[in-house]
Design a protein. Sequence first.
Lengths: 381, 304
Amino acid sequence: MATSPRATQKKFEPWTEPDAKPYVRIEKVTKKFGDFVAVDDVTLDIYKKEIFCLLGASGCGKTTLLRMLAGFERPTSGRIYIDGVDMTAIPPYERPVNMMFQSYAIFPHMSVEQNVAFGLRQEGVPKAETARRVGEMLELVKLGQFAKRKPHQLSGGQRQRVALARSLVKKPKLLLLDEPLAALDKKLREHTQFELINIQETLGVTFIVVTHDQEEAMTLSTRIGLMNHGEIVQVGTPSEIYEYPSSRFVAEFIGSVNTFEGRLIEDEPSYVRIACDDLEAPIYVDHGVSSAPGATVWAAIRPEKIHLSRGKPEGADNWAAAVVRDIAYMGDMSIYLLKLDSGKVVRVTQPNVHRHSDDRITWDERVYLHWYPESPVVVTK
Amino acid sequence: MNRVLKRLGLTGQGLVTSVPYLWLVLFFLVPFVIVLKISFSTAAIAMPPYAPLLHWVSEKVVQVQLDFSNFMFLVEDNLYWKAYLNSIMVAAISTILCLLIGYPIAYSIARSPPSSRNILMLMIVLPFWTSFLLRVYAWIGILKQNGLLNNTLMWLGVIHEPLQIMQTYTAVYIGIVYSYLPFMILPLYANLEKMDLTLLEAASDLGCKPWQAFYKITLPLSQPGIVAGCLLVFIPAVGEFVIPSLLGSPGMLMIGKVLWTEFFNNRDWPVASAVAIALLMFLVIPIMYYQRAQDAEAGGGLHR
């Protein structure tokens, strides 16, 4: 996972404060296209100055939700409030909301400057002020010297910044970004992610970002809303979503994970033990689980939280024996694919701490896996 | 085969790209030069009815005799000026009418569901499958004194006297607009159909009401389609001969009719050719200027 620049900042968690008022409130919103339910009874509160990412695979309804916030689609039922005002029936041209389109939708017959000034002219902002604000915005996105260019003379990254400047210059209460970085190459994307966060912090605008790229969501967002089949599956900070997935779907969507199906054999408030068909030893988890006794549960363990050793680990729980099937050297770490005796393949990543080591675990070796009691996440669905 | 081509200094690619040039030379440049030549010669009672340009004075000397009087004649006799201006006016008004009618049609077809677009466009082009001449004759049946239109209006009680439409400019406009409308719609449709509709959403997002978005985004972006459609209507309409002669009055001065009269009635090929050459110049020069300006805008930007 990419490191989040948010981690270094002071705490910004309005959603944990009981008296904080949500800035954007999506209330029981459903959108149907004929018989197809694109967005299914979504309720969501988003707070001022958040970067909220709607994450999901294509067709999960995230773009439809975004388009309803912009006003391009009307909800079939439910209401949308922005800063306390009911926006459900307000047309897009009267909403205090701007959108950055995935295709950027830059007007090809206008120069960079004219594109950025478009919204202000439309609003009837005086000429001098328009010129000043457009100039400032172009400086902010580092396009000052390209003001007179036409869109077809710009690179992809420059166009992306024109689109950003154009949507920010009207000082919207809410900026909607539809896959803002999807069209950029990898290097530029990483760089732009940080720039986007800086700009957001400079201007203090609330962002809602739609993306299918989990890494982008992890890097950008204060919180992620993971969507599947038109529903919000889980809302949480990037680390909550990653470390405390609420379901198998979430665990498997974000990052990679090994899931073991099993039954609770010991169910205490302070710990549980799970017996899995794929594992010789039971899984011991150091926290309680709310589940019916005897019900099927899944223990999800992230690849980086499993350790490899040649000697058999101590203790009766949380280990397995396996044979190394494949190793992928990634530079900063290596990915091991290990086959358990049951035939199940487990993925383990190990950081390459030392530059050179003759004693690395290698192909076809028989090794032991083990993990700590706090590492598995137990989900019941 | 390849060896033969090589010996001739031709490559396969060169051969392919030479096709349009060959076509243009054969069917445009050569006839043009012939007409140009005739326009500079003197009328004569001969076969063909003009004197040759080149005289062999002696064995090695060729005398070229250019007769500018045909062009002078065009300037001196105000009949030609009037005919040119009248034709340009009729063509311009027809073009504007075609644009006003054609734009909404092209726009609504381009914005209709994709499944019905092709059918609608087919119906726009369908009249071409009947002879042009027949369709103009059919308009006589509709517009004449006791034609379809007058009879219907009288039967409905809207009018009591038949309207005189035939042999007026109205009839000519109806004929030209009807015949050339598809030439306006086709390029406009091609342009409007490929427009990126998210641009309109972006405009709406930035505060444009739908009509403002049309005026500020759709209209300027459809400019190439408008220009192409107007040229396709205007150019043939200026030289139009059939429609004014069938639907218009004999007294109407149109350059196409003047050309016809010079050529067939007066048998004055040099003056007829001069009329044609002058017409070509009237049409080509503004178009070339326009093209130049367009190129300068597109190219000038690139080098900035």
